[in-house]
Design a protein around this ligand. Structure first.
Ligand code: ARG
Ligand code: ZN
Length: 475
């Protein structure tokens, strides 16, 4: 849609690209700054995220009316320039922007596809912190794509909205640096018609306040979060709150259609979070929980502190999966989407661990079951490089989990579980890559693991028995 520069001057044209990234700290002189890149540098998703700055915090003040499907928003974003910036992008899909300020001064802006290009009145110097405020609104539209797994992003429901954004649907409801490589803290001030509940990440800051028939919920996520994990799920909900046996605050919410699942969701989420804390290391966040909405998404998403289940009663294995993601994916986040097995392989392995913990099938039995099928399509899809058109392929989940089990058999239980805790400890609240995992596995085990990871993650074909299922000790 069209753009207007408001009263502020539009920055001068960018200089030659040879200066890109070469800015020095200090006062930027007009004309020597550079435009921030329209992508953060993920080769498989070249327009996702943006370059030239890092976001520290999003303050989102949003009102949503399910009757009109109208979202009205004010996004206050605090960022730091990592280069001199004459202009920079945010990601935003649809919606209408009415005003942008940078440092309190009106800025020019234009829309180019899903890029909101912002030209501050004065260039921003490398290293400088700056505040961007975007006023916007409209009827959010979800996105469809990625292995036919349905729509994602802000999705209207009969009584509100179902908001699950992996991989790049945050831009359907707020202007963002929409890529997991730029994590930030979040405040949400959500106003909805009275009688509805608005659920975001983190914890409620005080009781909701109702005035003039509308209720405002203030949520704060004080730990860094990837944009795809942000949510503002809205609707009629039955809510149960309390503390886990381990003392962690728990928030469980279910659409009235799933009222009979509220206690199970609450109890299991508390129990499993406490259990994972003994296996994966301390729980990274300040509360746990879960939300069941009646929108039949057909999947769940590990929204930080508030996994979201789309229209089904989650079995224990799914709850175990989504809560394992709080360590693997949410606290330790991927840097590039091709490393998605670091999320999904680990969360799938956690399902097997939970089964074993509960006296069901062991992780080893799951591994052998899958290994036995020599014609499974996952043998043709090495999970170490998730494909952009098929990110959520079963191989990323199952063969990724098998890679972990093969590693465990190779290095032994003690070193394997110490490695998981070292991984969640060293990269807590950060980003990491497969190469860093391999490096840590070799460092903590004292072994050369290149061939094992190569066979399980990189090369097509079912790994041979040598790097595949060793015999259990004593067999
Ligand atoms: N990360 C989710 C899970 O494994 C899957 C998300 C699927 N994404 C989608 N756009 N359908 O639980
Ligand atoms: Zn998952």
């Amino acid at each position: 849609s069209a753009c207007t520069a408001s009263e502020g001057a539009v920055a001068p044209p960018s200089p030659a690209p040879i200066l890109a990234g070469a800015g020095t700290a200090g006062i930027a002189t007009a004309g020597v700054g550079t435009a921030g890149a329209p992508g953060i540098g993920d080769p498989d998703f070249p327009r996702d995220g943006n370059g030239g700055y890092d976001v520290e915090h999003y303050g989102l003040t949003l009102a949503y009316d399910p009757a009109t499907r109208q979202l009205t928003g004010n996004a206050a974003i605090r960022a730091t320039a990592v280069q001199d910036l004459t202009s920079f992008d945010l990601d935003l899909s649809g919606l209408t922007v009415s005003r942008v300020t940078v440092g309190g001064t009106p800025a020019g802006f234009s829309r180019q596809g899903d890029e909101l290009v912002i030209s501050p009145a004065a260039p921003i110097s490398k290293g400088g912190a700056f505040d961007v405020v975007v006023d916007y609104g409209g009827v959010p539209q979800p996105i469809r794509g990625y292995s036919g797994l349905g729509t994602y992003g802000f999705t209207a429901t009969a009584d509100g909205a179902f908001v699950a954004c992996e991989p790049n649907g945050a831009k359907t409801w707020f202007p963002s640096n929409d890529h997991p490589a730029d994590k930030a803290t979040y405040d949400f001030r959500l106003t909805v018609p009275g009688g509805l509940t608005a659920i975001a990440n983190g914890e409620l800051d005080g009781a909701p306040v109702t005035t003039g028939g509308r209720t405002t919920f203030v949520w704060r996520e004080r730990h860094p979060m990837a944009s795809y994990l942000a949510t503002m799920t809205v609707g009629r909900f039955d809510v149960r709150t309390g503390r886990s046996a381990g003392g962690l605050p728990v928030y469980a919410a279910v659409d009235p259609a799933f009222r009979d699942s509220l206690d199970d969701l609450y109890t299991r989420s508390a129990e499993i979070t406490d259990y994972w804390s003994t296996v994966f290391g301390p729980y990274p966040f300040s509360s746990t929980g879960g939300v069941i909405d009646d929108f039949a998404a057909g999947y769940a998403l590990e929204n930080q502190t508030k996994p979201l289940y789309g229209g089904f009663r989650p079995q224990q294995s799914i709850i175990a999966h989504e809560l394992a993601h709080q360590w693997f994916g949410d606290s330790v986040s991927i840097t590039r989407w091709k490393d998605l097995w670091l999320n999904e392989g680990f969360a799938t392995y956690a399902e097997w661990l939970w089964s074993e913990h509960r006296g069901g099938e062991s992780a080893d039995a799951f591994f052998r079951h899958y290994y036995a099928n020599a014609t499974d399509p996952m043998w043709d899809y090495p999970p170490g490089a998730a494909r952009p058109a098929d990110l959520f392929n079963a191989s990323v989940y199952v063969r990724g989990a098998m890679a972990l089990h093969a590693l465990r058999l190779d290095i032994g239980d003690a070193r394997f579980f110490a490695l998981l805790r070292a991984w969640t400890g060293e990269h807590r609240f950060g980003n990491a890559t497969t190469a860093q995992f391999v490096e840590l596995a070799e460092r903590t085990s004292g072994r050369k693991l290149g061939p094992l990871f190569d066979a399980w993650l990189t090369r097509p074909g079912r790994p041979s028995v040598a790097s595949g299922p060793p015999q259990p000790a004593g067999a």
